[in-house]
Design a protein around this ligand. Structure first.
Ligand code: SAH
Length: 342
């Protein structure tokens, strides 16, 4: 019998679930707190629930759980990368970065990915399956237990395309920011997408205050199609329209990620064309030096090109930063550690 994944239930669902078991509604709050605040991994630790109730839960339900199988720690900056095993044996990666403002965790949303970006390690082998809400939450819970510290920022930028696992990812964001859970502010949560346009409109209507990051990587459709097959489905004009609408509706600034690949998208002309496209938008550009992946597209842009690109955007009054490289000595590009362990 498949066990019921109660850790993926929000408070309302958990209440109806345990009422259907003949328990009082307020017990749901206690159970929720054990799972999402005290982060216990065993029903027997839930000491304010009766033994009889715990036994019934144990029989029917699972507490899921991901397990740390490998850990790499960067000697340069302390960034820690974890290979996490799911209950069915599949693996994902989770990264912990320490900044002065707190602990930031980058979570995976799928096992593999079907978007096929040519420079990315996560898409080798395609999509195996999407993660349940509890499996995304558990990546953070496992890290909090492991380091004994709170996590303050979460980025959904690991393996997978979060908007290709839409329902579970939205539920994850709501449960993570719920005051009955870890209560991480939505303002400290970033979701990164390769640009699934209809889903951007859906996201806009969720009334979340997260930061949306769009993996743009190119100034026009021609270059974008060389790098990302998804660009054949949605044009840059469609993405820009969706982004403008998103900004208008939510009042939130959008981040554009731009991975810099030598000779592909990093010239002065490319920067000028991008600047023209982004003119007047409430946005921020994050330049990411490519982490070259063996067998995948491209080489990293040389530092002069990255600096030139940055200064062209700055001259056009576009907010731009170069992503600080974290953990470059530890298979930094997402998917690399998982690929080595398959
Ligand atoms: N699927 C989502 C989120 C996961 S990828 C998305 O596409 O946004 C997170 C970011 O890392 C994306 O901007 C992605 O394009 C970028 N990325 C992937 N592989 C990379 C690599 N080898 N070097 C640098 N950036 C990479």
């Amino acid at each position: 019998m498949e066990r019921i994944d109660i850790k993926s239930m929000d408070m309302k669902e958990l209440q109806s679930f345990i009422e259907a078991m003949g328990e009082k509604k307020f017990r749901a709050k206690q159970l929720y707190s054990w799972m999402h605040q005290k982060l216990v991994t065993d029903f027997d630790e839930m000491t304010n629930l009766s033994k009889a109730f715990r036994d019934r839960l144990k029989e029917k339900c699972s507490l899921g759980g991901v397990q740390i199988r490998r850990e790499q720690i960067s000697k340069k900056d302390g960034t820690r990368k974890f290979l996490m095993e799911l209950s069915d044996g599949n693996m994902v990666e989770t990264v912990l970065m320490k900044y002065h403002h707190g602990n930031s965790v980058c979570v995976s949303s799928q096992v593999g990915c079907r978007m096929g970006c040519r420079f990315c390690a996560s898409t080798v082998g395609g999509l195996t399956r999407s993660l349940a809400t509890s499996e995304i939450l558990d990546q953070i819970y496992e890290i909090e237990r492991h380091i004994g510290e709170r996590v303050s920022n979460v980025i959904i930028m690991g393996i997978g395309e979060p908007l290709d696992n839409y329902e579970n990812v939205i539920r994850f964001i709501r449960m993570l920011s719920d005051e009955n859970g870890l209560h991480i502010s939505q303002r400290n949560i970033t979701l990164s997408t390769c640009g699934l346009v209809p889903k951007i409109y859906d996201l806009m209507r969720e009334e979340l205050t997260i930061t949306l990051a769009i993996s743009l990587h190119a100034p026009n459709d021609e270059i974008r199609r060389e790098m990302m097959p998804v660009a054949n489905r949605f044009s840059m004009n469609e993405i820009m329209d969706a982004c403008r609408k998103y900004i208008e509706e939510t009042g939130r600034r959008i981040t554009f990620e731009y991975t810099m690949v030598q000779g592909t998208n990093d010239s002065r002309e490319n920067a000028l064309e991008l600047a023209a496209r982004l003119r007047g938008m409430l946005c921020h550009v994050n330049l990411i030096p490519l982490n070259a992946v063996e067998g995948r597209m491209g080489h990293r842009s040389v530092p002069e090109n990255i600096r030139q690109f940055q200064s062209v955007l700055e001259c056009h009054h576009i907010n731009v930063t170069i992503r600080r490289e974290m953990g470059s000595d530890i298979d930094a590009a997402c998917g690399q550690l998982r690929n080595k362990n398959r």
